[in-house]
Each structure stands twice: as C-alpha cells, then as structure tokens.
Design a protein around this ligand. Structure first.
Ligand code: AMP
Ligand code: ZN
Length: 475
C-alpha cells in the first residue's frame, strides 16, 4: 500500500499517516454551534472531513469519525468575550435553548444528508457530556487553572509552547488573537481562557449545571477535548476543523490535552484545517438576512451535490471563492458526469486495471488532492471509446471517494424546481405534448410559439434529449 500523506498544521508539513491503533483511523471534527443554520462555508468544513474519511476508508482503515454538536458554551467571540450564541438566539426568538438546539441540529443534519456526507460513528452532543467535562476540569484544575469571580480559567503559561499551532505569538507567549486581557477581570495572560463560566450572581441561565466552581456552563474549548477523549481516547489520529480554529479553539484544546495527558502531546497526531469559502458580497454572513445556505441552493434550482463538486474542485487548503456562475459551472459538470454514467451498458466485469489504481493513489495520497482526481475520473468515464468494463471499475472505486452518488443519481434528480418558477411540471408536459402534435402536423409556427413561451417561463426545451426539458437557471 502506498503511503497516505497529510498536511499537519502543527508542523506545517506533509506527514505520512501512521495510525495510533494499527489498521484504524480515529478522526474528530469540530462540529457546528447549533444557534442558527449553517452557511455553505461551514458545510465546506464537513465536505472536507467527509472526503478525508472516505479516503481513509478507501485505503482500508477502519474509520471511527466523531463530529460534535455544540449546544452550549460557544460565545459570540471565539475567545472569552460576548454572549453565549445559544442563549442570545433563544432570547431573540423567545424560545427555549433546547428547542433552538433541536431545530438547528436537525437542519444541519438535513444539509449533511443533502451533501451526501457520510454519517459519522458518533454525533457527540456537548450537553450530554457535562459531567465528563466537570471531571476533566477537576483533573487539571490544581496544576493548570485558577478561579476568578467569573469562572475557572486555564493558565496558558502552565503548558509548553502554548499557541504553537497558531504560530502567532505576542511577547507574553500568548496567541495574538487569544483575547484581550481586559475582557475578563483578573485574567493572568491574554490567552488564558475559561473552562467553566459561572452564572453571575443573581442571574439564571437556561442551561446551567452545578460544579465545584459554582453553577454555570462549560467553556467551548473544554467540550471538544472531553468528547474526543471520551470517544476516541487520547491521543487519537486526526483532528479537523476550519482554518479559523487554528488560531484559538485548537490551541486551547491542545493546551487542555497537554494538561490532561501530563506531557507535550497535543492529543491528536495530525491537525488538519480546511481553508475558507469566501463570498465577496457578504451573503454568507448569518446576520445578512437571506444568507447562503443549502436551502438557498435548492431554492435557486441547484442540486446541493453541485456544491459538493465545487468544493472538490479546489484543494481543501486553498481558499475557494463562491459565485453563482461557479456553482452553475459545477452543476453542468455534474450533469455531464451523470449523463456519462447513464450511458454505460450493463456492468460486465469487476477487474480494475493497475494504472487506474495508480492515478487514484497519485491524487488522493498527496494530501487529498481532489482536483486531479476529478480530472482523471472524468477522462476515464467520458472518453467515448474506452472499454465500459474500465469505466465501471473507475466508477466503483472513485465515486465512493468523491461522494457524488453517481451510481444512483439521475438527471431527473438533478432537475430541481426553482422556488421562483411560474409554471408547473404538469403544465410543461402539457405544453410539450401540444408542441409535439404541432410538429407532427408540420405547424412549425405553433411549435415555435410554444417553445418561446416555455423559454420565457424559464424552461429549456431539449429536442433529441431523453430528458426533454430542464429549468434555465438564469442567475
Ligand atoms: P461554527 O458553527 O461557527 O463553529 O463553524 C463550523 C465549522 O465551519 C468550523 O469548522 C469553522 O471553522 C468552519 N467555517 C466557518 N466559516 C467557514 C467558511 N467561510 N469556509 C469554510 N469553513 C468555515
Ligand atoms: Zn471543537
């Protein structure tokens, strides 16, 4: 087996994947804070983690993947400032936090499904691990924490190389973005962070638990250390998240893991971060009203797997700029792939030519290089005269890595009715039947009128194509 190399953010280098437990791969992915719908940028983080998982499975490792659901503790600022995102949304909507969490967790799971992201072995829900968080905090409190009026704080000077992952240090050794010292009265270093936030005297939070440090709630960073340890054991193989987590959240997790394990180990052998999806008009901001989320793709007539393909077209460590034109191009590309698969004759062999396995490996073993994998894949399945056995073999191997569901997806599935459409599918079929009759009667003027009317209503008529018609996605 050739070696899988992954880029480790800790060392900023490609490193061979050497599992902690032979034959296994244990992966932890920082999940969403369920105070709102995820935007499609958030979903890029899970498409990336899913691709990693699929590659590990392809290479034969027994995968245990954990994604957490943060339903408590994440403040509006990643350091210790601001309000709890969940409490804030619950107050805005006049609903209980539990209802908010349930609604947005379900919405997130629907997006996971729409993007054909595989179910992890565990969805760990933060509020279910609070007793374990208290135990973890107790075990490190004496040597690494100090108590203030507002809670229990981690003293970042008690661990070696705090902030090494972020590579941005201030004079006192703190992570440059690790919060401002004046934000919390009594903090010893700017980067110190709360692992337990006490409910202020006289207040009552919707979510609070008793602890040795008073009633309160766990800090966000503590959650991930505790859940990864509980479900994967420390150390485990790979920890993933978006690149913003390289600056505060993951350095803080690492500090806690070092404290917990009593050594320098960061808790995971490899830390991997996807770069951001960016969108210049600000439509990805959750405060922008109608922001870019998977539902909006559907509403505009795009199949969400076109977005998955768009993600795969870029290397996960590159920034990816979102545009509707870019999504349109990915959608056309996806349709071409589906058409190539629909044209295949019955499968007649399962042999995989050696060279196919080689080009698959060449791409994915180099830090999940999906763009060349896609290019070789298309060439293999779309070349007219290539033997169909080979096409099947390629499809069987590569589609499970890409997760585009090409073995099942049909072009009819890809025909998503835009929300703004002013004509129904039944009306389109009736118009097309009338057009067929007009053509049979050689009444071409009538046939053209029907066609023009359909075009004006956003429908493309495709003569000679078994699909017959499709929505025109004018964007
Ligand atoms: P959150 O729910 O804010 O904790 O974010 C969920 C995941 O999305 C985290 O891994 C973030 O790092 C990641 N993320 C946030 N914004 C983007 C973006 N624009 N592009 C890619 N990943 C993002
Ligand atoms: Zn996390």
């Amino acid at each position: 087996m050739s070696e899988l190399k992954l880029f480790n953010s800790l060392t900023r280098q490609l490193e061979p994947f050497v599992p902690v437990h032979s034959g296994e791969a244990r992966v932890y992915t920082c999940g969403p804070t369920v105070y709102n719908y995820p935007h499609i940028g958030n979903m890029r983080a899970y498409v990336f983690a899913d691709t990693l998982g699929r590659v590990l499975s392809y290479k034969g490792y027994k995968l245990t993947h954990v994604i957490n659901i943060t339903d408590v503790g994440h403040l509006t600022d990643d350091a210790d400032a601001g309000e709890d995102k969940m409490e804030k949304m619950a107050a805005e909507k006049a609903q209980s936090i539990w209802d908010i969490a349930k609604h947005y967790t379900e919405a997130y799971w629907a997006d996971i499904k729409a993007l054909n992201i595989r179910q992890p072995a565990h969805w760990s829900i933060a509020t279910k691990y609070v007793p374990a968080m208290i135990d973890f905090a107790k075990s490190i409190a004496d040597a690494h924490c100090y108590e203030l009026e507002s809670g229990l704080y981690f003293d970042t000077s008690t661990v070696a190389n705090y902030g090494a992952l972020a590579r941005a240090k201030t004079e006192d050794g703190a992570n440059a973005q690790g919060g401002r010292i004046e934000e919390v009265e009594g903090k010893r270093h700017a980067a110190d962070f709360a692992i337990w936030r006490k409910t202020p005297a006289g207040e009552k939070r919707q979510m609070e638990w008793d602890s040795p440090w008073g009633k309160g709630a766990p800090g966000w960073h503590l959650e991930c250390s505790v859940m990864s340890e509980a479900l994967l054991g420390l150390p485990f193989d790979i920890h993933t998240g978006g690149i913003d987590h390289r600056e505060i959240h993951h350095p803080n997790e690492i500090a806690q893991n070092q404290a917990r394990c009593g050594g320098d180990h960061s808790g995971a052998n490899i830390w991997m971060h996807n770069n951001f999806l960016i969108e210049r008009s600000g439509k990805m901001s959750k405060s922008s009203g109608e922001f870019l989320r998977v539902q909006l793709l559907f509403d505009n007539g795009f199949h969400p797997l076109a977005y998955r393909l768009m993600c795969l077209q870029a290397h996960y460590r590159s920034e990816l700029e979102f545009s509707w034109e870019g999504l349109q191009a990915a959608f056309v590309r996806l349709k071409r792939m589906v058409m190539a698969v629909e044209k295949l004759p019955e499968r007649n062999s399962n042999e995989v030519p050696e060279e196919v396995l080689m080009w698959i490996d060449q791409a994915i073993l180099q830090d999940l290089n999906t763009p060349p994998l896609l290019a070789s894949f298309e060439l293999a399945i779309q070349t007219k005269h290539a033997p169909s056995e080979e096409k099947w073999a390629v499809l069987d191997r590569v589609d499970p890595i890409l997760g585009l569901n090409l073995l099942r997806l049909t072009r009819t599935d890809l025909r998503i009715r835009p929300k703004a459409a002013i004509i129904t599918e039944a009306e389109i079929e009736t118009a097309l039947a009338a057009r067929k009759e007009a053509r049979a009667a050689k009444d071409f003027a009538k046939s053209d009128t029907i066609r023009d009317d359909l075009i004006a209503k956003g429908v493309e008529v495709m003569d000679g194509d078994p699909l017959g018609w499709d929505w025109r996605l004018d964007i």
